[in-house]
Design a binder for this molecule. Sequence first.
Ligand code: MN
Length: 261
Amino acid sequence: MSALPLLMDALGAGSVRVVDLTQTLTEDFPTIVLPPEFAQSATVRIERLSRYDAAGPAWYWNNLSFGEHTGTHFDAPAHWFTGRDRPLGTVDTMPAADMIAPACVIDCTEGTAVDDDYLLTREAVETWEMEHGPVPARSWVLMRTGWSRRQGAAYANLREDGAHTPGPDAEVMEWLVHDRGILGFGTETIGTDAGQGSHFSPPFPAHHFLHGAGRYGLQCLTALDQLPPTGAVLVTAPLKVHEGSGSPLRVLALVPGAAAG
Ligand code: MN
């Protein structure tokens, strides 16, 4: 028997629920800021064409423009130089089957409550594994930090020496990618890497190891506190942009509901 009728029954009965992990795309949602010598991403623009008015009496529509890496968004392997030669490394060519995968959620909120530069370590993931079992191959690892509740300047948290936001250290990223074989890594912050990740070895280790191995990134996630540590399934389908390095997307999680017990 196909599993799909069972899934539809479970969604109808509430024993599987859909949780939206996406931030609303707005013109004032913070966009990553690079050092001034580099090209900068455009911010989001939503330009009204008509709304049941003289410009279009019966219809409402907008023009949208944004950088590929704005809002809740997906990073494809081609985003980073280490993934530049990966086959199927852009959003239009990546396998559709990679857009549905289970998630492990690591609660880092105790650490991030006292340290903006909190780093997820291999030791912390191994402690998590003692309770929840090994991180499965081809799964997402999501770093729950509570960062999505921050607003305005506190979200990017820029100081004179750059951004101060939590992320993974280099050792844990190499280990998750090459030992655990994860499909991707997701964060509530603007990047998959820590704000100070340019000083790590290698620089920006999440980008370096994930994309070099053909794996993916998710950023600006929200509502991770509504996910169980294991058992959720993510649906992550980026826009099919020709040779795109990433895109804003809707991230949905299927989670066991109360009726599942
Ligand atoms: Mn990105």
